[in-house]
Design a protein around this ligand. Structure first.
Ligand code: NAD
Length: 320
């Protein structure tokens, strides 16, 4: 990777992936692109920023030519809870978006990373130790876009040799940009509310286990897979990756080690609960470990310490 385009740079993951890529590959070599440019974001001053609509294939091709891009990170998406309210938009961004990126990648010879998700699973999928290759019948529009993206990406690799690779992210926990309307958002909100109010009302029920991952592991996975030796890759789109299988009480208990008076109650959101119940409790990531040496570094204890420290700093700086 020499010249990189990140589409969806200002979202929860893109806003941390872009600086990480700039740190590793040079600030001027990583182009931050998004439909919504946030003016207060520090990328504006430390590297190229472009407004881009992923549903416009010519605009993607123009940027790839302008910056001589060899690798595209496609982080644009409409997440699960929003996608249930706006299915056409979710399809347009999720499926037409990846299709456009694959076509540009084919014509202009780029590698392409487009994350999939635990949402790519659903009815009939074994929910514990979910295998790499298994039934994928998602019950959300978001999940439908993710399975379609996986299929299209494998098709373009097999048919045209496009170097498409990806991972199925679990719920990502982070402290820079708030999540964009997904079912696992509670696992980020709980930390902010613990610090701001000492209380959180959780929209998923007790005993709802879901795979989660701390952002630094998600960033490493995204970059590591794009640098993996292709001759070792049996799979491509997309690898299960796992780190922690958590239910809300586990997060609350860990937070109480630092904020003993923290309390949590529940007000179940039936739509989000239904989505969460259809997703894996824990994914089997042995193929990623075997084919490109994937290994997470963070656990619940270390993540909670780091999250609370970072959010307290934001509070001290008047940012929240
Ligand atoms: P997000 O919603 O926070 O950010 C998405 C970004 O895409 C936003 O900045 C938005 O402005 C941009 N975007 C939307 N429509 C666009 C368009 N037409 N053209 C260009 N940009 C557009 O999402 P995220 O959480 O950062 O997710 C990034 C990727 O990771 C997505 O593919 C998502 O499905 C996947 N993923 C995320 C999680 C998670 O927990 N955050 C979990 C699993 C998979």
């Amino acid at each position: 990777m020499k010249n990189i385009l990140v589409i969806g740079s200002f979202g929860q993951i893109g806003s941390e992936l872009t600086p990480e890529l700039r740190k590793r590959y040079g600030h001027s070599n990583v182009v931050a692109a998004d439909l919504c440019i946030k003016k207060d974001n520090p990328f504006l001053s430390d590297g190229p920023v472009e407004k881009l609509d992923i549903t416009d294939p010519q605009a993607i091709a123009d940027l790839v030519k302008k910056y001589k891009i060899d690798t595209i990170f496609n982080m644009a998406a409409i997440l699960s809870a929003v996608g249930e309210k706006k299915p056409q938009l979710a399809w347009n961004v999720g499926v037409n978006g990846i299709f456009n990126c694959l076509e540009v990648a084919r014509e202009l010879n780029c590698a392409l990373f487009t994350p999939s998700s635990i949402a790519a699973f659903g009815e009939g999928t074994p929910l514990n130790h979910t295998p790499q290759d298994t039934i994928q019948r998602p019950g959300t529009m978001y999940g439908v876009t993710k399975v379609t993206g996986e299929l299209l990406s494998d098709y373009y690799h097999k048919r045209f040799g496009v170097d498409s690779r990806s991972v199925r992210f679990p719920g990502i926990i982070s402290n820079v940009t708030m999540p964009g309307g997904g079912t696992t958002d509670y696992a980020v909100e709980i930390y902010y509310e613990a610090i701001k109010k000492g209380h959180y009302t959780c929209f998923l029920s007790r005993r709802t286990f879901l795979d989660m991952m701390y952002m630094p592991d998600a960033l490493n996975a995204s970059i590591q897979i794009m640098n993996a030796d292709p001759s070792r890759l049996v799979h491509r789109n997309a690898f299960n990756i796992a780190s922690m299988s958590l239910e809300p009480e586990m997060l609350a208990t860990e937070i109480r080690k630092h904020i003993p008076d923290f309390t949590m109650d529940y007000a179940i959101d039936e739509v989000k609960q239904g989505i969460a119940d259809s997703w894996p409790n824990s994914m089997d990531d042995s193929c990623a470990r075997k084919e490109w040496d994937w290994k997470p570094e963070w656990n619940l204890t270390s993540m909670t310490e780091d999250m609370l420290k970072a959010i307290r700093q934001k509070q001290a700086d008047g940012l929240i």
